[in-house]
Design a protein around this ligand. Structure first.
Ligand code: SF4
Length: 489
């Protein structure tokens, strides 16, 4: 499951998956507009952030309706489904599971009655104190979220807000937000008002946009463009906003301590998105240029692993003077099926998504640029495929430093044991993938290319230095193992 322009179903790819994105959120307040359709197209633009399930909640001012299901946005909603969701405001969500399994009950938005109406909520990120919060919910309400079958941190947040003894959603949210730790970009709503909030570190992006007759909140600025909203600003780390007929009200619930995810710049965000004032495509080109300076090689052609490696490959070609070309063709539709491949097709593995152009590759010394190496399986398969297509030499260049540590803030790379760079040095990885040479951009080179202050970024998956505390009680099995290693580092 990878990228906006190359949705890959990880069932099809077996263990070949790359970093898994962790949800897209969208909210719109626009009386008189077809808000469900705006939410649909907003989610469509954010599809790369989560392809397991999708959902939309709308309110017509008197009640909230939610429609959600497993699958891609385009598989979940039909025109007639959207017609059953009238309203003045809507929130939407597309999901990849980082907490809780991939089941219908965990699809979002979540929905809960409150003393003052109904609350629907959608979340991108991952909380790091879910255990403590679940205990709090249990104290406030004996029949807990867990007993009702939901296992997500999102469900726990929704319960906590709805169980506060305050006069409205706004006051309840302001009392719950300071209790949440970890990464969260939230959109939520009651019958009348759209709300949004971002964790104090602003790990995951969240932006505000303006429609002619309303407002939009979205994970990425690209989703604003697609619904015709003008970018206004980012929701600040530690900020809460409420949007209704009175306009946008902003409150600060915590001082901003920015730690934006470095991986958004490398891989996660769409190339046509802007984060912290930086266009993602241009940033990736700069990373590629830097990579060419740091890890030069004599070669005939630079090719990307499409689509996510393309901007960095353009940068590498620019920085090195080696011509750029397309040597791998991607099947953009491979993720659009849930049909399990037959054994014969599975053995072809990577060819489901990539096929080499023999006439371009044959006899050449090739630089192949990709965004990251997680397990190494994809790169191993690509190198083999390029050799079979007649490449004389294959030099792999990666536009991020080695990923050595798991992410606890909303991206599911793999367990530490599965990360090839956690156990092997660069030369050993080169041998393992069968390349003639292998080079990664340095952490310093990556950070400088983002043009964002180093102190305002998270790079924990590269360094093991986690900017938000990871408590030892993060109880999921995989995580408990990781915690021991993190604390021992
Ligand atoms: S650990 Fe890596 S993927 Fe996770 S938030 Fe930090 S930089 Fe992003």
């Amino acid at each position: 499951m990878r990228r906006p322009d190359g949705l890959l179903n990880h069932n099809v790819l077996g263990d070949d998956k790359g970093p898994q994105d962790a949800c897209g959120v969208f909210g719109v307040w626009a009386p008189g507009e077809e808000v469900a359709k705006l939410a649909f197209y907003g989610l469509y633009a954010l599809q790369h952030r989560g392809t397991e399930s999708a959902g939309i909640a709308t309110s017509d001012g008197s009640r909230i309706l939610v429609y959600k299901d497993m699958g891609l946005v385009s598989q979940v909603f039909t025109e007639s489904d959207l017609a059953t969701l009238p309203g003045n405001l809507a929130i939407g969500h597309c999901r990849y599971s980082t907490t809780g399994s991939s089941t219908w009950v965990n699809a979002q938005p979540t929905l809960r009655p409150t003393k003052y109406g109904t609350l629907a909520l959608a979340h991108n990120g991952n909380l790091t104190n879910t255990g403590d919060l679940a205990e709090l919910v249990q104290k406030l309400e004996p029949s807990t979220a867990r007993e009702r079958g939901a296992t997500t941190d999102t469900e726990i947040m929704t319960a906590l807000i709805s169980l506060q003894n305050e006069k409205n959603v706004e006051a309840s949210a302001m009392s719950v937000l300071p209790q949440l730790e970890g990464a969260f970009s939230l959109v939520f709503m009651d019958e009348h008002t759209l709300y949004a909030a971002r964790d104090r570190h602003g790990v995951r992006p969240l932006v505000l946009g303006k429609l002619e007759n309303g407002w939009v909140v979205a994970s990425e600025s690209a989703a604003l463009d697609i619904v015709g909203a003008a970018f206004v600003r980012e929701i600040e780390p530690g900020e809460f906003v409420a949007i209704d007929a009175n306009g946008v009200r902003s409150e600060r619930w915590a001082p901003a301590e920015p730690k934006g995810c470095l991986f958004e710049y490398v891989y996660l965000a769409r190339p046509d998105t802007t984060i912290a004032g930086q266009g993602i495509h241009a940033t990736r080109v700069r990373i590629g240029e830097r990579l060419a300076k740091e890890s030069p090689v004599e070669a005939d052609l630079v090719i990307p692993v499409p689509e996510s490696g393309t901007p960095a490959a353009i940068g590498y070609a620019k920085g090195s003077g080696i011509p750029f070309g397309m040597g791998l063709v991607k099947n953009s539709y491979v993720g659009r099926t849930f049909i399990q491949p037959s054994q014969t097709i599975r053995q072809l593995g990577i060819r489901l998504k990539l096929n080499p152009l023999r006439e371009i590759i044959e006899g050449k010394r090739i630089v192949v640029v990709d965004d990251s190496i997680v397990r190494g399986n994809t790169q191993r398969a690509i190198v083999r495929m390029l050799r079979e297509a007649g490449a004389r030499e294959i030099h792999v260049r990666i536009s991020s430093p080695p990923v050595k540590w798991p992410c606890f803030y909303g991206i599911d790379f793999a367990t530490r044991a599965e990360l090839v760079a956690s156990g092997l040095e660069v030369e050993e990885i080169r041998r393992s993938i069968g390349a003639d040479s292998l080079g990664y951009v340095s952490l310093e080179g990556l950070i400088e290319s983002t043009q964002v202050d180093e102190n305002k970024l998270c790079g924990a998956c590269f360094t093991g230095k986690y900017p938000i505390r990871i408590p030892a009680d993060m109880s999921e099995g995989k995580m408990r193992l990781e915690i021991t290693e993190v604390h021992g580092h």
